[in-house]
Design a protein around this ligand. Structure first.
Ligand code: 13P
Ligand code: SF4
Length: 313
């Protein structure tokens, strides 16, 4: 069997198994193209959480990272939520351990705690509100002006929110390794080479990158901007996996990945955690119905509160 046939048959087997088991595959834009191709829905963190909340499937296969699958489990405690590789973590989520975060909370008991969805279930359970990159501004603006705010774990998104909302916030010192890897010097060189290119960036990027961006938004926001813009060339400062869907949406436009500080084979930034999921692992997890996300009932109940508040806002 040729490599192409093997790949095709694996895809077909995933699709068949998914039907037999009444499973739904939810995939993030940073997943490998072959995973995005078998997904029932591809989206940003907010859209995926909403899909997870609304699904009637018996099994949710989450092609993304651990905190995303955990969120799906919190929203569907009675359903089986599978993650093809349990080691698919997130540098941001890992930057905020619950014990240390509790110490900060104890120091500022009068603060409203807002956490970016890229955190563990334990951190969510310690929060008043959860947000994603697409609703963060709205969530911060929903908090009464006289209330003080702790924002965790992403300091870059936090700084951006301070800028756009004008709110004072106490920031946790966490960051995404992928979005902190963009090189400003190389980005400037690239925009000199392509003077008509628009720079679009995810708000997890560092301030100096956001300062030169023409558009800042979530993965879905960036896709929408490129689709609806009159411009033809874009330098894309987020994880390179998004380029697959983006190029499908705008086949006639030129998309250039923002360059990373370190030289690598693709001259772009990839999230090693997201890329831990493969089509083969996805097939195996559907077949074996594992690895499964398991959380204590009490943790689910506590973590659900700020997620529900976010979905209501
Ligand atoms: P989005 O919610 O914008 O898709 O971001 C998720 C993420 O992990 C970005 O690194
Ligand atoms: Fe986490 Fe960054 Fe990977 Fe997103 S790109 S999952 S924030 S490590």
């Amino acid at each position: 069997m040729s490599v192409v046939q093997e790949e095709l048959s694996l895809k077909d087997r995933v699709l068949q198994l998914k039907k037999e088991k009444n499973a739904v595959i939810l995939a993030h834009y940073y997943q490998e193209p072959e995973i995005q191709e078998v997904a029932d829905f591809i989206g940003d963190s907010l859209e995926l959480a909403k899909k997870a909340a609304a699904t009637t499937a018996d099994i949710i296969v989450f092609a993304g990272v651990h905190f995303m699958a955990e969120t799906a489990k919190i929203l569907n405690p009675t359903k089986k939520v599978l993650l093809p590789d349990l080691k698919a973590g997130c540098s941001l989520a890992e930057s905020c351990p619950p014990e240390a975060f509790q110490k900060l909370k104890d120091q500022y008991p009068d603060h409203v705690v807002v956490t970016y969805i890229n955190c563990s279930a334990e951190i969510k359970a310690m929060s008043d509100l959860v947000c994603t990159s697409s609703n963060a501004e709205k969530i911060i603006n929903s908090i009464p002006a006289d209330r003080k705010i702790i924002f965790a774990p992403d300091k870059n998104l936090g700084k951006y929110l301070i800028d756009v909302t004008g709110r004072e916030m106490l920031l946790w010192d966490g960051a995404c390794i992928v979005h902190e890897a963009f090189s400003l010097d190389k980005l400037i060189d690239l925009s000199i080479e392509y003077p008509k290119a628009k720079i679009i960036a995810h708000p997890e990027s560092e301030s100096h990158i956001l300062q030169v961006a023409n558009y800042i938004g979530s993965t879905s926001g960036m896709l929408n901007y490129v689709k609806t813009s009159d411009y033809d060339t874009f330098i894309v400062a987020t994880e390179a996996g998004i380029l697959h869907q983006m190029q499908l949406d705008v086949p006639h436009k030129t998309l250039i990945p923002a360059p990373a500080k370190e030289d690598n084979s693709c001259a772009c930034s990839e999230c090693a955690f997201m890329k831990m999921n493969t089509l083969k692992k996805l097939y195996d997890c559907l077949e074996k119905e594992g690895p499964e996300i398991r959380l204590e009932e009490e943790l689910i109940e506590k973590a659900l509160v700020p997620i529900k508040r976010m979905l209501e806002v």
